[in-house]
Design a protein around this ligand. Structure first.
Ligand code: ADP
Ligand code: MG
Length: 302
């Protein structure tokens, strides 16, 4: 993991977490894809936020419409990772003095097109001026209590799945055009009981690493089974990030059923790529049968 000054991104979040004040209605605060808040008898409220800055998450070549799309899509992806559906958003933008009205209109066209598809209401926000363009979206969502999936439930013997191909998302326009996997996650939680789930924003190694750490387990990935984007290799899948696919774990019995269902229906949405183990590290098995340890470095924006 890369460092900034004397701290890593995750080290910093750990420190913030330790000092955070918590109300009794906080079911899950800092440390998962979204916060989980007690809400009604049958549902939890989900809350998440993501900030994107020019030069870090997109460059000048990316169309403003795509920037808007990505800013909302990243948040929707985090709601999907909890098994939920997105509902309401607030959008804040920091604009350099010379920003055109057209640019802002196009960013919102991207937000609104995706908001329409996922029935998200934009209900507020904030606008300030700054030297660099920054956009921050906070998104609410909801999930039936029985369908909530955290990062912490993976168990020895579970299978590890991903919802699509990984690697080099940054090299194509995938990282600004992806469809968040809400439909796939809702299918999954309504028919199966995934034990843990996360969206892959920082690379499979790092993000799966969060599941392993929070579930106190390890895992072995089968290199040949990891679905790859064009020109991507396993290293890209493990470390690039920005894929916004979901990684999840499922019991052995349910995994067999899921694979059976996919074989029978001829529709393949969920790719088995490995298994959860008791030893606490992440390993990779290559075609020659060799097993090597993977460091959870993932991809860090710092
Ligand atoms: P994701 O990649 O799923 O968006 P992050 O890696 O950004 O998640 O964050 C991990 C966890 O840390 C989340 O629960 C997030 O809300 C929390 N978090 C990140 N930055 C901060 C911060 N500055 N203050 C408080 N919590 C934070
Ligand atoms: Mg996430």
């Amino acid at each position: 993991m890369s460092k900034r000054g004397s701290f890593t991104e995750f080290g910093l979040i750990e420190k913030i977490k330790k000092s955070a004040v918590s109300r009794p209605d906080v079911v899950c605060g800092i440390g998962d894809d979204t916060a989980v808040l007690d809400y009604s008898a049958s549902k939890y409220l989900l809350m998440t936020t993501d900030m994107m800055a020019e030069g870090v998450h997109f460059n000048k070549r990316i169309a403003p419409r795509s920037i808007g799309h990505k800013a909302l899509a990243c948040n929707i992806s985090d709601i999907a990772a909890m098994g939920g559906i997105p509902t309401h958003a607030v959008v804040s933008i920091a604009l350099p003095p010379k920003t055109s009205a057209r640019f802002v209109k196009d960013v919102y066209a991207g937000i609104n097109a995706l908001a329409r598809r996922f029935k998200v209401s934009v209900v507020g926000g904030d606008t300030i001026s700054s030297r660099q363009f920054v956009i921050n979206i906070t998104l609410l969502g909801e999930v039936e209590k029985k369908n909530l999936v955290l990062r912490s439930g993976a168990r020895d013997g579970d299978w590890i799945f991903v919802t699509g191909s990984l690697g080099r998302a940054w090299k194509s326009d995938r990282h600004v055009s992806f469809t968040p996997r809400v439909e796939e996650a809702r299918f999954l939680v309504s028919r199966y009981k995934p034990s843990a789930m996360i969206d892959i924003s920082d690379g499979l190694a790092g993000d799966l690493g969060h599941i392993l750490k929070q579930s106190r387990v390890g895992g072995v990935l089968v290199a040949d089974q990891i679905p790859l984007n064009p020109k991507a290799n396993v290293e890209n899948a493990l470390c690039d990030g920005e894929d916004f696919e979901l990684a999840f774990t499922l019991s052995d019995a349910q995994s067999r059923k899921l694979v059976d269902w996919q074989l029978k229906s001829g529709r393949w949405f969920f790719y088995p790529i490995g298994v959860i183990t008791r030893s606490k590290d992440l390993k990779l098995m290559t075609a020659d049968g060799r097993i090597t340890k993977i460091s959870s470095k993932g991809y860090s924006h710092f």
